[in-house]
Design a protein around this ligand. Structure first.
Ligand code: GLN
Length: 485
């Protein structure tokens, strides 16, 4: 196996035994990026020079006997994470030349553990989208079939794993942005419970929904990376002060006796037959491993997408008010006077989808419509949350599809935003409820595109979904399939 194909835990073993150096691993990954990037375009910025410096520093640590699981591991981050001294764009023209003066908490934690940062990954602009087509820096292609989208908004994170351009990556998930691209690119992607991981230094889209999480080659790597970034952070008032479990140690506990719920609202007409087949096969695998299944109901599922697009756009319109051409980022060169400067800066700096959402959100928050739309959406959100809490009185976790179809073609849905929004139907409710979900490879379509399944856990039940995901992974071969690029 090539060095760039290894998982975190495999590469760690080699580094520890001094079979390879971190500089060698970094060189291998950087060469791989150079080789496949023209076809995939997973990166906005490749940090080759910094990566080699990080790797040399990691080798020193390793030589001194200080070999943490992440020391010397080549990692790439979605371009939504503030990285000190490294351009951070959020895939927007408005931040095209923005160089943050500090690291966000997750980045600082990974740096402390000795990661080698190989670059910043493409995404939808401000994480608004499901296909990575709304990036100012061009589309990312699905490494399994380059006519297809990799999913979004963390499309670069998933594509880089599938094309072996990084050992592991971080993404963010507001309505499915980790799980859906992981599903479309054959990776493992976990959205933790709201509050599990600090959002400090992560560019805000919809603050009550955003969460950081790993996109990796296998479940073990996912557990390793989650453990590295999880935990309380006084700099994020919404992070929760609960101890971080040893996620890796719990993996091998199996699923015997676990009760898994199947929400009947998720197995509907419109579900692609190949996705349905993959999920049914996963159910059979779990049965053979000793899990029990119960049909449950999440009665407010139908309202989730509408609720999400009111709350997320309302919060986005407020969060994005800070891009005014004064404090940082792009400023229009042509404007005369302050008001024109604001207007022109934002007109030039934001793309179409971002503008659409700012307008929707501003409308939902405007006086006269606030009660009818925004407050109503908040009430429905509570009902959706209660659906999940009620289901979890009966079962330990839920099993569902991640997306109604495998990846779609580039350009197929760009002219029809509603169709794009509807593709998030199975991931959005998890964010509204604030709980956790993981996407695991569970099949490959006739077109050769990966299909994932989703396990949804109780709030702070990451251990359980990771353990169930691991049991499935060990019983199947899907995670060993590789994109031929
Ligand atoms: N696709 C959803 C949206 O467009 C979710 C995006 C996300 O999770 N960041 O908002």
């Amino acid at each position: 196996m090539e060095l760039f194909e290894l998982t975190i835990h495999e590469l760690h073993e080699k580094l520890k035994r001094k079979e390879v150096s971190s500089v060698e691993a970094a060189r291998a990954v950087l060469a791989r990026i150079e080789a496949v990037e023209p076809q995939v375009h997973a990166f906005i910025t490749v940090t080759a020079k910094e990566a080699l410096q990080d790797a040399a520093a990691a080798d020193k640590r390793i030589a001194a006997g200080d070999v943490d699981l992440l020391t010397g591991i080549p990692i790439a981050l979605k371009d939504i994470f503030l990285t000190r001294g490294v351009r951070t764009t959020c895939a927007s023209r408005i931040l095209e030349n923005f160089i943050p003066p500090y690291d966000g908490t997750c980045v600082a934690k990974l740096r402390e553990r000795g990661m080698v940062l190989v670059g910043k990954l493409n995404q939808d602009e401000f994480a608004m989208g499901s296909s990575t087509e709304s990036s100012h820096f061009g589309v990312t292609r699905n490494p399994w079939h380059t006519d297809y989208i990799p999913g979004g908004s963390s499309g670069g994170s998933a594509a880089a794993i599938a094309a072996q351009q990084a050992t592991a990556t971080l993404g963010t998930d507001t309505g499915g942005s980790i799980r859906q691209p992981a599903s479309h690119c054959g990776c493992v992607g976990l959205k933790p419970t709201y509050g599990r991981v600090s959002r400090y230094g992560v560019i805000a889209y919809a603050s009550s929904l955003d969460q950081v999480g790993p996109v990796t080659r296998d479940v073990t790597d996912c557990a390793i990376l989650l453990e590295a970034v999880a935990g309380y952070d006084p700099k994020d008032s919404t992070s929760v002060n609960l101890p971080v479990p040893d996620y890796v140690r719990g993996l091998a506990n199996g699923v015997k006796g676990l009760k898994i719920g199947l929400p009947k609202e998720y197995f509907i007409a419109g579900l692609d037959p190949e996705v349905k087949k993959a999920v049914e096969a996963a159910i059979a695998t779990y049965r053979s491993l000793g899990a029990e299944f119960v049909e449950i109901s999440l009665p407010h599922t139908d309202y989730a997408v509408a609720t999400y697009y009111l709350i997320a756009t309302a919060e986005a319109s407020s969060n994005l008010a800070r891009y005014d051409g004064v404090r940082y980022g792009h400023r229009s060169a042509e404007a005369k006077g302050l008001v024109e400067m604001y207007a022109k800066t934002r007109a030039e700096g934001f793309g179409m989808e971002v503008k659409r959402r700012i307008m929707l959100g501003t409308y939902a928050l405007s006086s006269g419509y606030y009660d009818a739309y925004y407050i109503k959406a908040q009430k429905v959100r509570t009902l959706i949350m209660h659906d999940f809490l009620k289901a979890f009185e009966q079962v330990d976790l839920l099993l569902t599809p991640v997306a109604p179809t495998p990846a779609f073609k580039i350009g197929e849905k760009t002219s029809d935003p509603l169709q794009m929004y509807l593709s998030d139907i199975f991931t959005i409710p998890v964010n509204l409820a604030g709980t956790c979900g993981i996407s695991v490879p569970a099949g490959i379509s006739q077109q050769g595109l990966p299909i994932g399944m989703q396990l949804i856990g109780k709030p702070f039940g990451e251990e359980t979904i990771l353990r169930a995901a691991y049991a499935f992974e060990q019983a199947t071969e899907w995670h060993r399939q590789k994109a031929k690029i």
